[in-house]
Design a protein around this ligand. Structure first.
Ligand SMILES: Cc1ncc(COP(=O)(O)O)c(C=O)c1O
Length: 413
């Protein structure tokens, strides 16, 4: 049974149906109460605790055998022929993907207009020009294949797509759009699969369809280790580049020297330090084991949300007729009607102890990009101004979903 702090006397006292987590972070509201329903909670228990402890007790905490095991297990999870490099964040994986793909100054990279700023930032950091492309529709918020075809120019060096919320983009249509518009030039397809561990497109795992897949294991992701990511590819050449980019272009690592496999090293290309560590790799192994069941739990919670919101005026659920694959249900986004005051709804939810969020504010509004002359993307801009993300995490209870929906209903009618 979940216990609530005394200050949260109005709490509905939701029953917890899953194993009691050993680690609970209760975030305080400014007035002193706790959130009754956080946007996200960690799906951690004794297993993560022991995994981290075991690494600390081993005396080896920097990249080593656990990292190798995590890479192998994740590669196996993604399917035959996939090669994985564990890194320090999803952003690191995106940066490496652009560098490995040879993207640099003078190049253009197509990015979705509705995504986290990491995508456009990574493109700018390598000196290339981001070209945002609008969403497909108000039902399918993923990048439009037709929009990609129209945006490709002789300068396009890569197309970056995001499986928003864990719903796969139409990868066949995107692939066809790139082939039809790029002629004989090579245009890399990079999948930002930050939302999509465990999601698939027509039976193929998201993150394995393009040239490179980039996963994030940030704390609020389906597979969370705090900070971490994965660079996945089927190409031996890109894999090798990724491995050198991760660790200073060095031919041998600290563990190799420690275990006597080498006394020195060569540097064969410039590289960075985007290494993960053993503690997070160990957490990743446990989280990967939990991922399929956690995603199934998310799917049941989303179904409950959809049923309860069916007749709520002013709230529309995207991806309702989704048919392209199995989603990972990373977040639960809704679209509020134009007449609804989103800030007031968020404040009303907060008053009842429910945390909500926005995925995502539009690039055009950020100081760094306001003057960048980015093209108009009307659907994404409109969605950005009306989107509301409701709580979703595998240890959430159905009672919590019902509480969120009844509170939302009371604010919208
Ligand atoms: C769509 C998307 N891309 C990239 C990232 C960046 O991942 P990380 O925070 O691990 O660097 C995130 C994470 O927030 C994300 O949601």
């Amino acid at each position: 049974m979940r216990t609530w702090p005394a200050t949260a006397g109005k709490s509905p006292g939701f029953a917890r149906e899953t194993a009691t987590p050993v680690v609970r972070v209760r975030h305080q509201l400014s007035r002193g109460d706790m959130w009754k329903v956080q946007l996200f909670e960690l799906n951690y228990d004794q297993r993560e605790l022991h995994a981290a402890m075991e690494v600390i007790q081993s005396g080896w905490i920097t990249m080593g055998e656990k990292t190798r095991s995590f890479e192998n297990a994740f590669a196996e999870f993604l399917g035959e022929g996939v090669l994985c490099t564990a890194v320090s964040s999803g952003t690191a994986a995106l940066h490496m993907a652009l560098l490995a793909g040879g993207v640099g100054p003078g190049d253009e990279v197509i990015v979705p207009a509705l995504t986290f700023v990491a995508d456009i930032n990574a493109v700018r950091i390598v000196g290339a020009s981001p070209v945002p492309v609008d969403c497909t529709s108000y039902e399918d918020w993923n990048i439009s294949p037709e929009g990609i075809a129209a945006a490709i120019t002789p300068r396009t060096r890569a197309v970056m797509v995001v499986h928003y919320g864990g719903y796969a983009c139409d990868m066949d249509a995107i692939d066809a759009a790139i082939r039809a518009s790029s002629g004989t030039r090579e245009v890399r397809l990079i999948e930002d699969a930050a939302h999509a561990p465990g999601a698939s497109y027509k039976g193929r795992p998201c993150g394995t369809i393009g040239d490179i897949g980039c996963f994030s294991f940030f704390t609020n992701k389906n597979l969370s280790v705090g900070e971490g990511g994965m660079f996945a590819t089927r190409s031996q050449e890109l894999h090798e580049k990724g491995r050198y980019l991760r660790s200073h272009g060095m031919t041998a690592l600290t563990l190799d020297r420690h275990e006597g496999r080498s006394v020195s090293y060569d540097v064969v290309q410039p590289g960075l330090n985007y290494r993960i560590d053993e503690i997070r790799a160990a957490l990743g192994l446990v989280q990967l084991d939990k991922l399929p069941e956690a995603n199934r739990r998310r799917s049941r919670l989303v179904k409950r949300y959809c049923d309860l919101l069916e007749d709520v005026p002013g709230a529309r659920v995207p991806f309702r007729c989704y048919y392209l694959g199995e989603p990972s249900y990373h977040i639960f986004p809704i679209l509020l009607s134009k007449s609804v005051d989103r800030q007031a709804v968020m404040a009303g939810l907060k008053d009842q102890g429910i945390q909500s969020s926005i995925h995502y504010p539009s690039f055009q509004g950020f100081t760094a990009y306001r003057e960048a002359g980015l093209p108009d993307t009307p659907i994404a801009s409109d969605i950005s101004s009306r989107e509301l993300t409701l709580p979703l995490f595998p240890t959430m209870t159905f009672e919590q979903v019902e509480f969120v929906c009844s509170t939302l209903r009371s604010l919208l009618v």
